[in-house]
Each structure stands twice: as C-alpha cells, then as structure tokens.
Design a protein around this ligand. Structure first.
Ligand code: TRP
Length: 443
C-alpha cells in the first residue's frame, strides 16, 4: 500500500488541528448557543465539558488515529476488537455529511457578508435595517448559490490532498484570525454597555441550569472541538510518530476555547449596546457584528477583513469534515481521490441546498418542529457526536490494550495517563448518557 501522507511540520499539525476546531462553531455557534442558554451558566458548564470530556476524547481520537493510520471506518477494522466498533466510523461519516451540509450554508452567508460589507451593507446602518437585510438575503436564491460555491472551493482544495491543500492553508490563516479577534475584543470593551455584556457572559446564574442548557453545552463542546465523529482520528493518521498527542490535545482545546470566549467578548457587549436580544439564535452574529463594525474607526476596512477570515476559518473546518468521508471512500471503497471528493461534495451540495432553502421556500417544512437546517444541526451535534463520543471513549478505555495506549502517549506520566483513562472509561460515557437522556426529556 502506498505510504500515507503526513503533515510535515509541528506547526502544520497544530495549525491543521486547531484549524479544524476553530471555525463557525466558535464565532457563530458559541455566542448564539450561549445567548439562548443563559450566558454565564452555559459558559461554566461548557468549560467543564472541555476539561472532563473534551480533552480526553480528543486524546482518544488521536490514539486511535495514529495507531491505525487509516480512515475512521478502516481504523476500527485494523485495530483489535469486534467488528461492531466499525459502526463508530459509519456514525462519523453520516454526521460529517450532515454537518458539512448545514455548515456550508452559514459559510455561504459569510461569503455574502464579505462582499456586502465592501459596499457598506448597501447603506443599511440601523439594527432594524440590518435585520431585514439578513432576512431577505437568507430567504433568497443567493444563499443557495453561495452554499454551492463554497462547497466548490472545498472540492478544489481537497482534491489536492493533505499537505498541499490542508496544511498550507491552515498555516497562513490561523495566526491572522487570532490577531483580528483580539483587536475586535478590545474594541468591544469600549462600547457603552460593555459591562452588561461581560456580566451576561461571565456571571453564572445557577437557576438557569436546566437539562437543555447541559445538553446544549455538551453538543457545543463536541461541535467546537471537532470530536465525536472521527475527524481527529482521520487527521491524527497524518501525524508523525514524534507528535505529542496529549500536548496537542491540550493546545487544541485551549486555543479553541480562547477563540470562543473572545467571540463572546466581541458579541455580547455589542448585543447590549445596540439593544439586541442575546437569544436571537443563528442570526445573532450576522445582525450584531455589522453594527459593531460600523461604529469602529475604519469600519469599512474591518468588516470585510473579518468576514474573509471567518470564511477561511470555516474552510479549514469544512475540509477536515469532508476529509473524513473522502478518506473513507478512497481507502475503503477504492475510489480515486478525485471521485471520492466529488462524491462527498456532491451529496453535501444536494443536502446543503435543502438546508439553505429552509430559510426561504422550505421555511414552513418542519420535522419534529425543526426546519431541515435546524434538524441537521440538532441530530448531528446533539445526538450523533455525543453518541460517537461515548463509543470512542469506551473503545480506548476498555478495548485497546494499556500498552497500545502507552505507546501513543510516550513521555506522559503514568498518573496522567491513568486520569485520562478514568475519564474515558467512566466520566465521559456516564455523563454523556445522563445528559443525553435528561436533555431529551427521558427522565
Ligand atoms: N469544530 C468546527 C467548528 O467549530 C466544526 C467541525 C470541523 C466539526 N470538523 C468537525 C464539528 C468534526 C464536529 C466534528 O467550526
């Protein structure tokens, strides 16, 4: 078999993994989920999940990926254990396709906002005007076109393969995004109601801790860290033997959380200063951010730059999702890289179109009270990712031999390995199951 590709540098590994983790999940989804779920209480629970479940599950995916050096389905075929574990792979591929479909719609909005901001949003300046502008745009055919263009760009990058496509892009993008987020955060702190915004984000109101908040925070942690569907299994198959898995897991989780919190620091002061509601849902960021930019010196410059960076951050995330399915089709189904890429992007093009239309013509079409867009998001983030998380944890906790785990975690003190394994055996599976059942209202 041909040698598999590998990421070339240490920076490349971090940039690609963080590039996968950091994306719309941090800048778009985190603020709106926090907004809907009560702010501070949500953040607190979210941080708990990152520590107790996130870091151990990232590490588990890395261990599986680098031991097997295969796509998410093939990994379980090669590693010890019953064939039933292969289902983790199928769950992952399905979830990746669903997420990629709705994610591309939002990435398309970002592309439109990049262009629209170059002309100052057609002169719209009040929040009411921006509000109706967003509504009109998402309901129009333009949003479908952007979804498809965005997927097309993914196709061209992915066809080029791991090193040239993925690694090179991530290296350039991530540091820039970080710098600009910091700048915006400082700017938001000078807004009139900044204190109120920060209080909303950082002061937990424990009465708000309902099962829905726990479920939402758990789904968000999985989504934001790119865990539960084998994305990091796929990527770590491209890591070198020297790459430190636990260190990379901690760095990834840390930077990802930092970007989410920075986004909160940007958004919430603005939400309160411009009289918006923090609970506006998926449209939150798109309606609030332009208002901030317009108040900034050189506003015309910042908003295109921001949306462009967000678009690029989305790209590094979507290529990581698509890679899951592409690696599967090419390694297990023996397709060429080009056909595997075309098939993956093609399926997402059809599903993505349905998601985009659910803000317009298909807006009335609901399943269990959710539009297609919301259904895809809910089923993948809140159901399939945590489900994958349970089984990935159990697999590394109980099926993989301790010596195999140690071989991947060389240099990590035994007590720390023990703690990670404890989280994987007990904390993660039990917490996820309980939250899942109570969030779904089953007890
Ligand atoms: N984590 C990315 C974000 O926050 C989205 C993402 C990329 C993802 N790959 C994933 C989510 C794999 C779940 C699983 O934008």
């Amino acid at each position: 078999m041909a040698r598999r590709a590998q990421f070339t540098t240490r920076l490349g590994v971090i940039a690609a993994t963080v590039g996968s983790a950091v994306g719309l999940g941090n800048v778009w989804r985190f603020p709106y989920e926090a907004g809907v779920n009560g702010g501070g209480a949500f953040l607190l629970v979210y941080l708990l999940f990152i520590l107790a479940i996130g870091i151990p599950v990232i590490t588990a995916e890395f261990i599986i990926g680098r031991s097997a050096r295969a796509n998410v389905y093939g990994a379980f075929k090669r590693l010890p254990g019953s064939r039933a574990w292969n289902f983790i792979g199928l769950n992952g591929i399905l979830a990746a396709i669903l997420i990629l479909s709705f994610y591309s719609v939002v990435a398309g909005w970002t592309a439109e906002y990049f262009l629209d901001s170059l002309t100052g949003f057609g002169g719209a300046s009040s929040t009411a005007e921006l509000h109706s502008r967003f509504g009109n745009f998402t309901a129009s055919w333009k949003s479908v076109v952007w979804t498809l263009i965005f997927l097309g760009v993914n196709f061209f990058i992915l066809r080029r393969g791991v090193q040239k496509g993925i690694e090179r892009m991530s290296n350039m993008m991530m540091p820039l995004l970080f710098a600009i987020l910091l700048l915006f955060a400082f700017n938001s702190l000078t807004l009139p109601s900044a204190a109120q915004g920060l209080e909303f984000l950082f002061t937990p109101d424990f009465s708000q801790l309902t099962p829905t908040v726990w479920l939402g925070a758990m789904g968000q942690a999985f989504f934001s860290l790119s865990i539960g569907l084998g994305c990091l299994i796929t990527y770590s198959g491209y890591f070198k033997q020297q790459t430190k898995l636990l260190g990379t897991a901690v760095t990834t989780a840390g930077l990802d959380t930092l970007v989410a919190i920075l986004s909160g620091i940007i958004i919430f002061p603005a939400v309160f200063s411009f009289g918006e509601s923090p609970a506006a849902g998926p449209k939150l960021v798109f309606e609030v951010l332009p208002s901030i930019f317009q108040g900034m010196t050189l506003g015309r410059l910042w908003s295109p730059l921001f949306f462009l960076l967000l678009l690029l951050a989305s790209l590094t995330s979507t290529i990581s999702m698509a890679e899951i399915a592409i690696a599967y089709f090419s390694e297990e189904r023996k397709m060429s890289r080009s056909s595997a890429t075309a098939l993956t992007i093609g399926i997402c093009g059809v599903l993505g179109t349905l998601c985009a239309l659910s803000f317009g013509p298909l807006g009335e079409f609901t399943i269990c009270g959710m539009t297609i867009f919301n259904l895809f998001d809910f089923v993948s983030s809140t159901v399939l990712l945590p489900l994958g998380g349970i089984f990935i944890s159990l697999y590394v906790g109980f099926v993989l031999k301790r010596s195999a785990v140690d071989a991947q975690l060389q240099g990590v003190p035994a007590a720390v390995v023990g703690a990670v394994l404890f989280c994987l055996r007990f904390v993660a599976p039990i917490c996820i199951t309980l939250i899942f059942l109570s969030g779904l209202g089953l007890f």
